[in-house]
Write a protein that binds this ligand. Structure first.
Ligand code: HSE
Length: 320
């Protein structure tokens, strides 16, 4: 389905959606590039209620102590934005099952917001396009991180590797990933606040770093379109954000170096961290994971790990 096309009306009174986790930034696309990770995600159930507005009945799962006040909850804020814009004539009551750990850098706040708008859309007499849903979900992301970034929302909603250009009138492009590329994801069990990891960033960028980073983003995207793995490997490096954040992640340097030595195409921080990810061809993915696990292990941190296809699906409705 293209970003602008609308799904058919379902007439449902209750719907559940699964929204996948995501890796934001992908090293060189700070706030604008991300890919979906459907090995884990959040499930959101939305029901119609007579009273307008939004209510949250429960938040369960791996991050169960999130606020039930819809103004302070990412999924609640996204549905409030939807209500305000569409005024459907009924309210939304929501339950959230969190499958993505809080403060992991895997787009948990984005997934809840995306799951909420996808489920709520199925209740509307006239469902709106995914591009409209993106704007509502962005309002939710703002509650969590204090800024309107789209690099987790867009891949969680659309699936695959996604570039988003613009905030007020976002344009979304799903970028092809060369065949055989796997994403290796390693999540150390520690909490890192996205707000905090954004607050430490300098407001200015050196001209030489700007040139380097711009070249890397262009090289990476063109490498994806032309299956040029050498170009992807050469450009898969964040020279602006990663140097400022790496100290927040114990073992960052060793994990990255070991992944690259094991044949990764690139290795960096997933979103604001502390999760790290690498891209590797299928034949190298196990070895890359093994070395990342070993290096994180030197810091006695418990881990979750996944090897996934970098080209996965976005949020979808599920039968419950
Ligand atoms: N692009 C955002 C950041 C992602 O790096 O701060 C947060 O998950």
């Amino acid at each position: 389905m293209s970003p602008d096309s609308r799904p058919a009306a379902t007439g449902l009174h209750r719907a559940t959606a699964f929204a996948p986790a995501s890796v934001g930034n992908v090293a060189i696309g700070f706030d604008i590039l991300g890919f979906a990770v459907d090995a884990l995600g959040d499930r959101v159930t939305v029901s119609r209620r007579a009273e307008p507005g939004v209510g949250i009945t429960a938040v369960r799962g791996v991050a169960g102590d999130l606020p039930l006040d819809p103004e302070r909850n990412t999924a609640g804020r996204a549905l409030l934005a939807m209500q305000e814009a569409l005024n459907p004539g009924f309210g939304f009551q929501m339950e959230i099952d969190k499958g993505i750990p809080l403060g992991s850098g895997l787009g948990g706040s984005a997934a809840s917001a995306v799951g909420a708008v996808v489920a709520a859309n199925a209740l509307l007499p006239e469902p709106v396009s995914k591009l409209e849903l993106l704007k509502f979900a962005m309002q939710g992301e703002k509650v969590a991180s204090g800024s309107l970034h789209v690099d987790n929302i867009a891949p969680s909603l659309f699936g695959g590797l996604v570039l988003t250009v613009g905030i007020d009138h976002p344009r979304v492009k799903q970028i092809p990933v060369p065949p055989g590329v796997r994403a290796v994801i390693v999540h150390p069990h520690m909490f890192l606040s996205t707000k905090q990891a954004r607050a430490i960033l300098k407001r200015t960028v050196e001209l030489s770093d700007f040139v380097w980073q711009t070249a890397n983003l262009a090289g990476f995207i063109s490498g994806c379109y032309t299956n040029d793995l050498d170009m992807i490997r050469a450009s898969f490096q964040d020279v602006v954000i990663e140097p400022q954040r790496q100290a927040l992640i114990p073992g960052f340097h060793d994990v990255r170096r070991a992944a690259m030595d094991a044949g990764a195409l690139g290795c960096s921080i997933s979103g604001a961290g502390p999760t790290m990810f690498a891209w590797a061809l299928a034949g190298h993915a196990d070895a890359v994971l093994e070395t990342m696990r070993r290096e994180f292990g030197r810091h006695s941190i418990a881990l979750d790990e996944w090897i996934v296809d970098a080209q996965s699906v976005g949020a979808y409705l599920i039968d419950k």
